[in-house]
Design a protein around this ligand. Structure first.
Ligand code: PGA
Length: 268
């Protein structure tokens, strides 16, 4: 069985090495005595502080918030997937809507970044999602389809299933609003249909999908397992280590429940 995924996107919200250390020491304290064997927590700090993530608690992994689409060379200010890999990073968020907005990243660039990340054995967490405007004009499906087709076109099945596809409606990010469970489920079904057409039904089932946008522990079930998702990507709430551990524990409990044999009926 696949593990659950909990991606903590700390964005540009940690302002000093000291703050990063405090965060990690709180995280270690909160996670003490916990056993996260069926949920994978991925901490994605600002790149400057990746080196602080050496002794993460069990079940936690090192992630980055972005990477460039070239391996090395004259690209001032960029960080390559190879550099991340060489620094012990395992996951990288790509195509986040904030990068698409402020960095003018296109679907083509996101694709190039994904390919290079895969080449260097980083697990890409690729974000797709519609804007409020696109949703209003009922263009959600078209936008998601375009983003997905561009991303998966020409990939081998092995490459495709390495991608963690994160559905993050832009209007739900940092907004305290989120789609209904049925709406997320609809996106899940649509994504499966596209992947079935591009590859096959078995592959479509294997590609793991996450939800992101205003996720909190209070409604974690609604946006994850009830919506057919395999995990979440969390911004604001991931700044609180106790919330991170709380959500990881909810996933762990859920996995435990699912793996237990059903209790026999009274008649047996
Ligand atoms: P949020 O951010 O949880 O603050 O809405 C999610 C994200 O941008 O990945």
């Amino acid at each position: 069985m696949h593990p659950w995924y909990f991606i903590a996107n700390l964005k540009m919200n940690v302002l000093s090495r000291e703050e990063m250390r405090q965060y990690l020491s709180l995280l270690r304290r909160e996670a003490e005595g916990k056993n996260f064997s069926r949920v994978r927590g991925v901490i994605c700090p600002p790149v400057l502080y990746l080196s602080e993530l050496e002794h993460l608690p069990g079940g936690f992994h090192k992630g980055a918030q972005n990477a460039f689409f070239e391996k090395s060379g004259a690209y001032t200010g960029e960080i390559s997937p190879l550099m991340l890999k060489n620094d012990g990073v395992e996951y990288v968020i790509l195509g986040h809507s904030e990068r698409r907005l402020y960095g003018r990243e296109t679907n083509e660039e996101v694709k190039k970044k994904t390919l290079l990340a895969l080449k260097h054995h980083l697990r890409p967490v690729v974000c797709i999602g519609e804007t409020a405007e696109e949703r209003k004009k009922e263009k959600t499906e078209t936008v998601l389809e375009e983003q997905m087709k561009s991303l998966f076109e020409g990939l081998s099945k092995l490459q495709a299933e390495e991608i963690l596809l994160a559905y993050e409606p832009r209007w739900a990010i940092g907004a305290n609003i989120f789609p209904k469970t049925e709406e997320i489920l609809q996106v899940r079904v649509m994504a499966r249909k596209i992947l079935t057409e591009m590859f096959d039904a078995a592959l479509a089932l294997r590609v793991q999908m996450l939800y992101g946008g205003s996720v909190k522990s209070a409604f974690l079930p609604q946006v994850s397992w009830e919506a057919g998702m395999n995990g979440v990507i969390v911004g604001s709430e991931s700044l609180f280590p106790h919330e991170v551990v709380k959500m990881m524990s909810l996933f762990e409990e859920r996995a435990e429940k699912k793996s237990q044999p059903r209790s026999k009926s009274l008649k047996d």
